[in-house]
Ligand binder design. Structure first.
Ligand code: DGL
Length: 262
């Protein structure tokens, strides 16, 4: 059990930003990464579809004998976490926007969560903001313009810049000084975002918090690995495209990439 892999999934390549953070903190752990690219994006889907699709993915990961599951997709976390936890026995860690952090860090007392439309309008995020904003005004902004660019491996250039400008510059004008990336695809755009918002706002993602949470849960459950095994990557999309784009985003070669149907 201890040396079984950690399962981690997203609708696409975005969750690789979380994988990178967890891998960096926990080098002895092995991973099964799953990208449901055939059904990507999840961001424009209904809650029941998000629940149905994510349930199929978690079942697949459990068949691969994972000891823990990381939902590396805010859209799934905020819409389906309770459903998944009630259906499956395995410990589940869910990525959510770092609302508490931006509320604490903001000096202007104005912050924003930058996410997909499904995350931006979710009740879960509203509750998170009500519970943790602590007097800071928190705007939520959802765009469907960026996630597919990252899926195509496009992380710089005019299309990316235009989508970031349209979404974030109005918030900067309102004196927002802290921005949480509420979609796991967006950390791959951090330098572009920083170029556009300049020194006016700081950018926060969930990678570090999820890595630390994973370390804590593994230790609490007494299932920390002692020996690194191979990592496996599965996609419901095109295998070779997934491999090329993921290698570009992660900066290392992937072995064991396979296309699957679920
Ligand atoms: N990466 C996912 C997230 O964190 C979103 C991608 C999608 O819309 O499917 O929300």
């Amino acid at each position: 059990m201890k040396n079984n892999p950690i399962g981690i999934f997203d609708s696409g390549v975005g969750g690789l930003s979380i994988l990178a953070s967890v891998k960096a903190l926990l080098p002895k752990e092995s991973f099964v990464y799953f990208a449901d690219q055939k059904n990507n994006p999840y961001g424009g889907r209904s809650v029941s579809e998000i629940k149905r699709l994510s349930s199929k993915v978690v079942s697949f990961l459990i068949k691969k004998k994972v000891k823990l599951v990381i939902i590396a997709c805010n859209t799934v976390s905020v819409n389906a976490i309770e459903d998944l936890r009630s259906k499956f026995d395995v410990p589940i860690i869910a990525v959510v926007p770092v609302v508490k952090t931006i509320a604490q860090k903001s000096k202007t007392k104005k912050a924003a969560v930058f996410a997909t439309p499904a995350t931006a309008k979710s009740k879960y995020l509203k509750d998170l903001i009500n519970n943790f904003s602590n007097g800071t005004k928190i705007y939520t902004i959802g765009t469907s313009k960026l996630e597919h660019l990252v899926e195509e491996g496009i992380i710089t250039g005019p299309e990316v810049e235009k989508a970031i400008e349209n979404s974030l510059l109005p918030l900067i004008k309102k004196k927002v000084d802290s921005i949480a990336l509420g979609c796991t695809h967006y950390p791959f755009l951090t330098s572009e975002i920083e170029k556009i918002v300049g020194s006016k706002a700081a950018i926060y993602d969930s990678g570090g918090a999820i890595a630390r949470r994973t370390e804590h849960v593994l230790s609490h459950e007494n299932i920390e690995a002692s020996k690194k095994g191979a990592d496996y990557y599965y996609t419901t999309g095109e295998e070779s495209k997934f491999k090329i784009i993921s290698e570009k985003l992660l900066g290392f070669k992937l072995e064991n990439v396979e296309k699957v149907e679920i």
